[in-house]
Ligand binder design. Structure first.
Ligand SMILES: *Cc1c(COP(=O)(O)O)cnc(C)c1O
Length: 364
């Protein structure tokens, strides 16, 4: 008999139905599964980092406002003065804060599919309904009329649009996004997690929309371990979200290290630039490798990863794993992603390894 005080009876059904977010162990693998920057902290900033961390007042609660850090963000990202900033322990926490704020009974979250999995998961955490609108097959373009129909039918309180999108890597049509924001009865969050790798942004335009905010993170910039995301938007929205932010969510070491990093953003941009060059090179190499194979292809990307379609993606994933190369098997995550793998751009040496392995495995 199940006791009345057990997790089976007390935990909400939709939470029990979830699977915990699975992160594979890193070990000493070629790790190209999680869009991490493969480069470590710049050597020129090692001594300043040690000094900044040593000077952090770890016996005190961190600066609840994180004012030095916000100042550094404003400068490094050229945030327009009209926008306020709310910080999160990763953008995941920001997604959660926004969902909690808007989770009136019966409220709906809308996003495209396939998209970043946390949009759906956090909607569930917050007790909201989630509606996913499939992207167009083949090129993963935004299906504007399907989005408009979903907005009309479900009146979403909250819509997430990642720009560029994960796991497809593309930028959606900018005018279509503008029309979706205009049509949405709720708040639209433009998620620019990959801004450093993309040639376009909504940062200078977001203030023009009364119902849109913009989210970024330093995770894909080489600072995933710090856990720092930022929301930028009109004070009217951000003042409400700030009430839900736990006061000390950005710890003193993260504040010190991220402030230093953003004050020396050029060192990180240099890493990003080299990853963009590698992306161009990898795309060409994968294109040459896959094009002759019927049904196989690589999609263009504005992010730090490439999505490929190959026959037997699951077997290929396992064969790469046997060589200690970890990519993401996206093939089972959505019907539009059938037979796909997502490969994060690594160092030139790592990229060479994965290319060589793919060439050999695909020939066999
Ligand atoms: C990686 C990613 C994030 C997560 O960022 P964190 O700041 O590390 O929580 C957010 N959105 C998208 C689309 C991502 O791919």
């Amino acid at each position: 008999m199940i006791s009345t005080s057990s997790p089976e009876t007390l935990v909400r059904e939709e939470i029990r139905a979830l699977h915990a977010y699975h992160v594979p162990p890193p070990q000493d693998w070629v790790k190209l599964d999680a869009m991490e920057n493969p480069y470590s902290w710049p050597a020129s900033l090692e001594a300043p980092l040690a000094a900044a961390l040593a000077a952090a007042a770890v016996n005190r609660y961190p600066d609840a406002e994180a004012s030095s850090l916000k100042h550094a963000i404003r400068r490094a990202m050229k945030v327009p003065d009209a926008l306020d900033i709310v910080l999160g322990n990763g953008s995941d926490e920001i997604i959660q804060i926004i969902a909690l704020a808007l989770a009136k009974p019966g409220a709906t979250v809308l996003s495209v599919e396939p998209a970043f999995v946390m949009f759906r998961m956090i909607a569930t955490f917050a007790g909201m309904r989630h509606v996913g609108v499939p992207l167009k097959a083949d090129d993963f373009a935004l299906d504007e009329s399907a989005m408009m129909a979903a907005i009309d039918a479900h009146q979403p309180a909250l819509t997430f649009i990642a720009y560029p999108n994960n796991p497809t890597g593309n930028l959606f049509d900018r005018d279509a996004i503008r029309r979706i924001i205009a049509a949405a009865p709720g708040l639209v969050v433009v998620d620019e997690a990959y801004f450093a790798f993309s040639r376009d942004s909504f940062l200078d335009e977001i203030a023009a929309f009364p119902n849109a905010v913009l989210m970024r993170t330093v995770s894909k910039l080489g600072l995933a371990g710090l856990r720092l995301g930022m929301l930028m938007g009109a004070p009217a929205w951000l003042n409400e979200f700030e009430k839900l932010r736990l006061p000390y969510n950005i710890n003193c070491f993260t504040q010190a290290a991220a402030t230093l990093a953003l004050n020396h953003i050029d060192a990180f941009h240099a890493q990003t630039e080299s990853l963009i060059r590698e992306r161009t090179r990898m795309f060409a190499a994968l294109d040459a490798l896959l094009k002759p194979i019927p049904g196989a292809l690589v999609w263009p990307s504005e992010a730090n990863f490439l999505l490929i379609r190959v026959a037997h993606a699951a077997e290929l994933f396992e064969a790469l794993k046997a060589r200690r190369i970890l990519v993401k098997h996206t093939g089972a995550t959505h019907p539009l992603l059938q037979s796909t793998l997502r490969i994060t751009i690594g160092t030139p040496a790592e990229n060479k390894l994965v290319l060589a392995a793919l060439a050999e495995l695909l020939k066999a």
